[in-house]
Write a protein that binds this ligand. Sequence first.
Ligand code: RAM
Length: 890
Amino acid sequence: MTNPYGLRTEHRVEPLGLDADRPRLSWKLRADRRGAAQSAYRLTAAARPADLDDPRRLLWDTGRRAADDFELAWDGPALQSATRYHWRVEVWDERGEGLSAGQSWFETGLLHPSDWSAVWIARDPAGLPLVDPPTDDDEPSRPALQLRRAFELDRVPVRGRLYATARGVYEPRLNGQRVGDLELSPGWTEYHHRIQYQTYDVTDLLRDGRNVLGAVVADGWWSGYLGFDPRRPAQHYGDHPSFLAQLVVDFSDGSRQVVATDADWTERPGAVRSADLLMGEHVDARLAVPDWDAPHGSDAGFTRVAVDDTDPGPLVAEPDQPIRVIRDIAPVALHPRPTGRTIVDFGQNLVGRVRLTLHGASAGQRITVRHAEVLDDGELYLDNLRRADATDTYVAAGNETEVFEPRFTIHGFRYAEIDNHPGELEIVARVLHNDTPFDGMFECSDPMVNQLQSNIAWGQRGNFVAVPTDCPQRDERLGWLADAQIFTPTASRNADVSAFLARWLRDVIDGQDADGAFRDVAPAVWIAREAAPAWGDAGVIIPWHLWRTYGDRVALERSFPSMVAWVDRIRRHNPDLRWRHRTGNSYGDWLQVDAVTPRDVLSTAYFARSAEIVADAAEVLGHHDIAIEYRGLHGAIRAAFIDSYVGDNGTVEGGTQTAYLLALAFGLLPSNLVRAAVDQLAADIEKRDIRLTTGFLGVALLCPVLTEHGRADLAYALLHQEEFPSWGYSIRHGATTIWERWDGWTEHGGFQSPAMNSFNHYSLGSVGDWLYGRVAGIDQTTTSIGYRELLLRPVPGGRLSWARAQQETVRGTVACGWSIKNERITVTATVPPGSTAILEIPTSDPASVTEGGQPAAERPGVRTVQPSAAGATVALTSGRYTFSAAYQGA
Ligand code: RAM
């Protein structure tokens, strides 16, 4: 076995500025032999790396513990603010052999309100009008804040940390340089409850003598346009941005100097004349203030800031991976258009912005960048952006080379139209999102299916920005709950979204009202109505998924009271257990085609599902009485469902695909009617010539339910379908992301209504979970947590000759794949140390199964080989395996 790897604290690698009381330390294992497992571990922590080798200097030592845990919450001495802790994990394998250790660290942020001396600072309204006079006649502007503060250090420090945040979005500066690489900080949270601060290591930017700390601050989510609310400055949080920061400088003799935002800061607008997430950014380079943040710069033209020295409010450390520029994309084509415009095609619908390098622009030359997802007759199709202008403009200073890259806005686009650029176009698209590690992989022999997987992953990249959004381009970009819950299983295959979703769940909880209703969106902004069925249920479903997938008990515990309150509320308002009252803006199976699933069938099914999850969660958390109560409630709702909506012959009220899917997936049918219901479902798909009718909610269940009930043939037929409506239809028509609607564009109808037609909405991409789970075969048993007991069940089918997937789980790497050639199937599996697996091998002859060329039953790590419905089922210990077996086709 090799060393422990993937050491993380609170699901992050070496996080700077944590404020969890008892951060969770975790590790993974990898092995080069079979049957490897951890039999014991020891965690130690110290103030310095070298101290980890000296038992007298340890801050914490668990001693050797016989357990196969892969995570432990800090149980050493109470953590101090602004302190780095180094930790080490030693592991013993199942033979009792000690393995070399893994080492990591985390650093705390400011843990106590009394650690903060900083106050909020903003533009002084008396000094400069909030809305600046136009710089050009037609140029209304609302300049970003440019804040500065000079200070002296009388020697070179050993350590510098900047703790900063904004009511708005900000970029910190120190001595003429940008600090860090974070974008759109502090992100978006329910600001009245939590504003996240970021921690930066600025040691190397500090110098002996004069220093200047600064920041540029724009409206962002705090005071910019939000969603489709036309008000601006939006009335949701505040009407102007402000900034708060504390720089802590430590010297070798133990002394400390603190520079915090206070009345001594000054402000003067610079080149950023306005910046809004939805509308775009306007930069006038002629108005840049040279060297304003350089050590030799001055306060000339700067005015004193306004100070808000009331309690700074709910400052919390950013708990998840921040937004960053993740990659750059070069254009695939340039299309010259009339009147000097060029439309740039990046070949991929993406989220971020462009960087333009301009050569020889004249002073005052105005360059405009507009963005669109699709073209209409060779020109940008802008109607579906609704009120989002998504337009960036740059007025050149007249230097030989100038670079324009907006910093406080973000767009969803594949095409950018550049108007009036000088000379040759030098342009790149910069892709931004929360830096959740994309360590999942799915691929197969079919290019269209691979394109589907790519479209799904790009939808995730584009919409896991600050919060899980519905779409990234129009005037919406809200954290819609149903979209998030339906996509969470897929998202957690593609990437480690544990910290991101656990953080967002706090916003979901914060939005819950006194009656127990979650909201349709989180942060709740102005859409304050009670959540609809399947929307509010996200508050129950996602914490449960984070527990199952990542073993995140903390998130489950935190959500548990609100999960109970949500289910209680439905029960209270619907004593007959059919969820027909208090259904909010009941959306049904949103954006279904050619079918209408009765709303109460859908809502009652979700009511049952949520009650069941509450019972399961109560059991996990040791609340046995609650578990019994909600188990009973679930049974009663199920009985009510059957009574009201299920016919004797297995029909489900409404007769739609989604009605059957909900009943089957959520286990709501008497077992003797399951077969009949599957047949009805299949008949509906077949009578439509293999077409789906499902909307956001049904689509996630479609292929999994068909596969589970012996109709993988239909699931594959739908996967390969290229006629409308299907995933293939959008791909055949050039989709590089998942469309909001099956009919976003059709040959017969052209574009759907621009009132609601996003080309980058991930909900219909929830089929990704099935690609990993059944096409490639990676899953876990219903009782397994964090992939401890794998259930590997690849189901070959359709026109695929091979498929494979890999995931980084909390315990290590899991992989599964298969390929078929010459009437033999090869199945590969990777099981991480400490995990076990049940692997189903689809074979026509269980006796033909070999592993590594020998009869499987005799191979190390293979515990049993048994004939089964799938063909053969083998039980495995950890390790890597390659099986081969006869294959006759489905
Ligand atoms: C749309 C959103 C979202 C959906 C709601 C009901 O406006 O885009 O996807 O959840 O409506």
